[in-house]
Design a protein around this ligand. Structure first.
Ligand SMILES: [Zn+2]
Length: 197
């Protein structure tokens, strides 16, 4: 038996058959990238917290804009789409760009909505870069429950800031409930800087 494999600690990457890996930090950029957005086990966590949303009455992306920005964590309201902090972030500053209309698929949005979702995603990246200095981003849309969407009924584009090695503390953030105050602070930071980036 390999003596090293019996020892807990940083030598273990957590990936079966990855015995050669010696440093989690070095692995963060490759195995962590898009798997963080689409892995089923993490979506189960999101679904567990948000339930199954079908209609507009139970949809947080429809109800959010009806409340104050501070209460709904909205960072910016555009003409056809808005930017909101994810209540269940993969990373601090994890934003969602949503059309106001309750439509499930990227193929359902109009040309105007498509253009504004793209522009708001770019603007969100600039705002995050100005406030949190990330060294990378993940952008993406999960389509349908089989595609991993936590709220499949209402389209939303993820804008996730990334930092080197963030995979190491990522599970800690995702599984603690110490985020509401931080979410409120992050929302205000981004909203305040939005018009100047
Ligand atoms: Zn909706």
């Amino acid at each position: 038996m390999d003596e090293r494999s019996a020892e807990p600690g940083p030598a273990s990457s957590g990936y079966p058959g990855d015995a050669e890996a010696t440093d989690d930090f070095e692995l963060a950029g490759v195995p962590d990238s898009f798997q963080r957005l689409w892995t089923p086990y993490r979506m189960a966590y999101v679904k567990g917290g948000q339930g199954q949303v079908k209609d507009e009455e139970s949809c947080p992306f429809c109800r959010g804009p009806q409340r104050a920005d501070e209460d709904s964590l909205i960072v910016h309201r555009g003409e056809t789409a808005f930017v909101v902090l994810n209540l269940f972030p993969y990373n601090p500053g994890h934003l969602l760009v949503c059309p106001y209309r309750h439509v499930p698929n990227y193929t359902d949005v109009t040309a105007d909505e498509t253009a504004e979702i793209a522009a708001l995603s770019q603007h969100a990246m600039r705002a995050l870069s100005a406030t949190a200095n990330p060294t990378g981003f993940n952008l993406g849309m999960n389509q349908g429950e089989s595609g991993g969407a936590g709220i499949a009924a209402h389209l939303h584009q993820h804008v996730v800031p990334r930092w080197g090695g963030d995979g190491n503390f990522f599970p800690v953030i995702a599984q603690t409930k110490a985020v509401p105050a931080t979410l409120s602070d992050v929302r205000k930071q981004l909203a305040d800087i939005w018009d100047s980036v």
